[in-house]
Design a protein around this ligand. Structure first.
Ligand code: NAD
Length: 432
C-alpha cells in the first residue's frame, strides 16, 4: 500500500508541477524527508518474556511549521510506508493552510495480539523512544490506523512524565478530559460535508437535496457520519456498505436507524427503528463493486485505498466523487473519470477536516481556552469552504482537474515558504 500511495502521490505531484509557481530548489527540498528516526521498543510481555518492536517517526517537511501526522500500529508498518504517509501529510496540511508540515509515525506490530497492559507498555515505550524527536513546537502526533483516543492519552501522559511538565499540545486526538477538542470525532465527515455543500451548486446538482442521490462506500468513522450528515440535511442516501457488502434502497435509507442497528448488532441492514425496536424495510443487498457502479449523483468512497481503478472506472455513473478515504482512486482511473466528465474531489481536500480539527485542538491546548462545538464547526466550515473555493477557481482558471488544482494550491504555498527563506535568485543578486 505504501509504495502505491507514494507513487500515486508523486505522479500527481509531477502533473501539478507544470502549473505551480515553485522554484527548482523547493522541488529539490521535497524529494527527501527532513529527518527519519528508527527505534526499537522493548516491552515486557504478560508472560514475563521481553519482546522488541521496531518503531519509526518521520518528519518530512517543516518549512510551513511543526510536522503533524498520525501514529499507526500495524504488522505492515515500515520506514518506507511511514515516509510516504509523511509526504502525503505535507500536502494535506498545506491544502488546508494549517501552519504545519507533514509527519507520520508507526510501530510494526499486530495490536490485536496484545493484551491491554502490553498495548499500554508499548505505547509508553514508543514515547520513551521518540520523546526528543517530537514536541508541541516540533512534531505533533495523532491517532491513525489501529491507534485511538486512549492510546493518545497514555502517550501524552508518558511525554509529561519524561519532560516533567503537562504538555497536552504535543499530541492531538486525546480524550476530551485530557485536552481533546469537541468535534474531533465527526471532523472528517463534517469537513467533507462542507466541501460538498460548497461545490454541489457549481455542478448543477443542487436542484434540491431530496432529489440528489448518494452512495457511500464504508460505514466507519468517515462513512457512517457523512451518510448521517447528508441524511439529516435532506439528501437521499440510497446505498451504504461495509467490508461484508452493501445495501441499496431506491427510495433512500433511514441512516440513523441503519447506524443504530449496526452499532447494536454489527450487521448492516436496511431498517427503520422506533425507539429500540428496528424493523427491516424492503431493500436489495449489493456488492461493493455494484455500489460503486450505481446510477447516483454523488459517490463517496470512505473505506480503503485503490477502490476505483482502471478496471471499474468506466462503470462509474455518479456525477461527482468525493474522496473521504485516502487514495481511493488510482491515477489511471482518474484519467478515465475525467474523460467521462465525472468530477473527482480529492482526498487531500475532502478529508482534511480531520487534521484541521486536530490543529484546532493544538491551538486550544496552547491558549488554554476551550471552544464550544459550534465554534469548532464554524471555524471548520470557514476553512473548508475557503480552500474548496480556491481550489475550484484554480481548476477553472487553469483548465485542470480538482486534484491537480489541490496539488498546485499546496505546492504554491510550500514554494512560497521556501522562497521566503531565500532561494538562488536572492543570493545571487537576482531577487527583488
Ligand atoms: P473505520 O475503520 O472507522 O471504517 C472503515 C469502514 O470501511 C468500515 O465500515 C469497514 O467495514 C469498511 N470497509 C473495510 N473494507 C471494506 C471494503 N473492502 N469495502 C467496503 N467497505 C470496507 O475507518 P475510517 O476512520 O472511517 O477511515 C476510512 C477512510 O477514511 C480511510 O481511508 C482513512 O484513511 C480515511 N480517513 C479517515 C479519517 C478519520 O478521521 N477517521 C481522516 C482522514 C482520512
Amino acid at each position: 500500500m505504501s509504495e502505491s500511495l507514494f507513487s500515486d502521490a508523486s505522479q500527481r505531484l509531477d502533473e501539478a508541477l507544470a502549473y505551480a509557481s515553485i522554484s527548482e530548489e523547493a522541488i529539490e527540498r521535497l524529494k527527501l524527508p527532513r529527518s527519519s528516526l528508527k527505534v526499537s521498543i522493548p516491552v515486557r510481555m504478560d508472560n514475563g518474556e521481553l519482546r522488541i518492536f521496531p518503531g519509526y517517526r518521520v518528519r518530512y517537511d517543516d518549512t510551513r511549521g511543526p510536522t503533524k501526522g498520525g501514529i499507526r500500529f500495524h504488522p505492515d508498518v515500515s520506514i518506507d510506508e511511514v515516509q510516504s504517509l509523511a509526504f502525503w501529510m505535507t500536502f494535506k496540511c498545506a491544502v488546508a493552510n494549517l501552519p504545519f508540515g507533514g509527519g507520520k509515525g508507526g510501530i510494526t506490530v499486530d495490536p490485536k495480539s496484545l493484551s491491554p497492559f502490553e498495548l499500554e507498555r508499548l505505547s509508553r515505550g514508543y514515547i520513551d523512544a521518540v520523546a526528543d524527536f517530537i514536541g508541541p513546537d516540533v512534531d505533533i502526533p495523532a491517532p491513525d490506523v489501529y491507534t485511538n483516543e486512549m492510546i493518545m492519552g497514555w502517550m501524552v501522559d508518558q511525554y509529561g512524565i519524561i519532560k516533567r511538565q503537562i504538555a497536552p499540545a504535543v499530541i492531538t486526538g486525546k480524550p476530551l478530559t485530557m485536552g481533546g477538542s469537541l468535534g474531533r470525532d465527526k471532523a472528517t465527515a463534517m469537513g467533507a460535508f462542507f466541501t460538498m455543500e460548497a461545490t454541489l451548486p457549481r455542478l448543477g446538482l443542487s436542484g434540491s437535496p431530496a432529489t440528489t442521490t448518494v452512495a457511500v462506500q464504508g460505514f466507519g468513522n468517515a462513512g457512517a457520519i457523512i451518510a448521517e450528515l447528508l441524511f439529516n440535511a435532506g439528501y437521499k442516501v440510497v446505498a451504504v456498505s461495509d467490508s461484508q457488502g452493501g445495501i441499496y434502497r431506491r427510495e433512500g435509507l433511514d441512516i440513523p436507524s441503519v447506524r443504530q442497528f449496526k452499532d447494536s448488532t454489527r450487521a448492516l441492514k436496511a431498517v427503520y427503528c422506533e425507539g429500540s425496536v428496528c424493523n427491516a424495510v424492503d431493500h436489495e443487498t449489493i456488492t461493493n463493486e455494484e455500489l460503486l457502479a450505481l446510477d447516483v449523483d454523488i459517490l463517496a468512497p470512505a473505506a480503503l485505498e485503490n477502490q476505483i481503478t482502471a478496471s471499474n472506472a468506466r462503470d462509474i455513473k455518479a456525477r461527482a466523487v468525493y474522496e473521504l478515504a485516502n487514495g481511493p482512486t488510482t491515477p489511471e482511473a482518474d484519467e478515465i473519470l475525467r474523460g467521462r466528465d465525472v468530477v473527482v474531489f480529492p482526498d487531500i481536500l475532502v478529508n482534511a477536516g480531520g487534521v484541521t480539527v486536530s490543529y484546532f485542538e493544538w491551538v486550544q491546548n496552547r491558549q488554554g481556552l476551550y471552544w464550544t462545538l459550534d465554534e469548532v464547526n464554524q471555524r471548520l466550515k470557514q476553512k473548508m469552504v475557503e480552500e474548496t473555493e480556491r481550489i475550484w477557481d484554480i481548476a477553472q482558471t487553469q483548465g485542470i482537474s480538482q486534484r491537480t488544482a489541490a496539488y498546485v494550491h499546496a505546492l504554491n504555498r510550500i514554494g512560497d515558504a521556501v522562497q521566503a527563506k531565500g532561494t538562488k535568485s536572492y543570493f545571487t543578486g537576482g531577487g527583488d
